[in-house]
Design a binder for this molecule. Sequence first.
Ligand code: MLC
Ligand code: AMP
Length: 508
Amino acid sequence: MPNENLFAALRAAFPNDLDAIAVDTADGLAYSWRDLERATAMIANLLVALKLPEGARVAVQVEKSVEAMLLYLATLRAGYVFLPLNTAYQKAEIEYFIGNAEPALVVCTQKNFGWVSKIAFQAGTRHVFTLNEDRTGSLLDRAAHRSDQHVPAVKQADDLAAILYTSGTTGRSKGAMLTHGNLLSNAQVLKDCWGWQEGDVLLHALPIFHVHGLFVAIHGALLNGSKMLWLDRFDPKTAIGKLPQATVFMGVPTLYVRMLAEPALDQDAARNIRVFISGSAPLLIETFNAWKERTGHTILERYGMSETIMLTSNPYRAEDGERRGGTVGFPLPGVGLRVVGDDGQELDAGEIGAIQVRGPNVFKGYWRMPEKTKEEFTGDGWFKTGDVGKVDARGYATIVGRSKDLIISGGYNVYPAEIEGYINEMPGVAESAVVGVPHPDFGEVGVAVVTAKTGEKLDGERIVAALKSQLANFKIPKRCFVVDELPRNTMGKVQKNLLRDAHKGLFG
Ligand code: MLC
Ligand code: AMP
């Protein structure tokens, strides 16, 4: 039986010249393809030596670095399941993820080792290693003694490769289980759709805890044997400075907005770019137009999810159609996308309804949540995205809203229910509502509206400060208002649309 391990496919795409540069970092380090090959073998051999059980999860909360990417690739190579965690997550969030996923190995930064290892050991994790931004830490120390030869573990397309936690509208986060087959089939489709070609160079500026930076960007470059210019963090000036050396750039809309604010962004800076790709959040038509005017390039917008990786894309080639701002383009080859009404019946072109999808890219289910998984699929096997949209007569899909109560801020998902849960626990709080309002930088940000229990006095700033010690920074509402009562409809349900309207002009 052929080995369907994703790593094996990525490795097979390495160029013949293994001494060529695979990754260049902003601080002047260069990694050859041979370095990638050997370092992933050494880390994979370390994982093998730990005798982790079949299907073991490797949970990783470290800053972005090339070594963090090598750890991801080594986990695939050794046949274990990678579980990336945003570095913004705080104690309670990590406690939940580790408790739920029960990883056999946790890798964290030295700075967080005390509290992360305590949580991990309490959850039954056997090994906790460290990996720091400056390439120090016990993971690499231990891997340094291992052989640099390793045959990729044999995996089938249906075997798990990664678990990505995504928050839920109710209850706790769910771990989306993605298989080697999900990831590889999607990467192969994108390689063709986006015209990856010889000589391409990717400017990698996104975090690597989520689908966009971890899968779409890294798999895209590796599967094409393309060099990456690696930025550990996004800074618009640095990114613009690197653009002339790149041919492909991927970003969430906030990255485009921040680069547009720099006078240095012009046609010359973008002269070698073949394609600018945007996704993870709606790209405003103003940004799409301003980008075209300033750089001469039409951004290609695409749409995806943690549960499905990439679903749709605007056309790359002119003969396939124009890139239409405000739309997310056509379903990718192999992806089925339909828009259904309240009765579950498919709607006609132009009609707005719930978006459902299916295809080889659609995940295997939520980790240890068979009931939740069942709820999110229709009886005939389509996944309910929670997005609301339409498909026009020419086949372009547009996302017009979400049926899930979700805020997308700077490309990160924030679930109001989670934030409200924390606020409602605070002393003196009667109830709260968190809504998303437009923001010029992040697209959308959360604003909290809170009422006090009778006789209690609350201070919005203190509520925000208290949240900061409990939750990832991007989830913190940018403002908190204390009011006498929340608007309700006749059924007693809080009218979030009225709150959104009342605060929509807050950030100009
Ligand atoms: C940072 N802050 C945010 C924020 N990021 N607030 C709201 N939303 C965000 N996304 C806040 C911090 O809390 C802090 O507030 C202040 O902004 C500065 O923090 P920072 O750490 O310096 O921010 P910065 O590094 O500039 O980060 C901004 C960013 C980052 C846009 C570069 O958010 C980012 O990398 N976003 C990309 C997310 C991404 O990759 N998404 C893909 C998901 S995959 P304070 O008050 O503490 O000062 C997916 C599927 C698909 O969705 O289709 O791709
Ligand atoms: P996540 O759960 O973080 O993977 O986020 C997935 C969600 O991001 C989708 O369900 C959409 O709501 C949203 N999304 C991704 N790409 C786009 C896009 N191009 N336009 C609008 N929304 C998007």
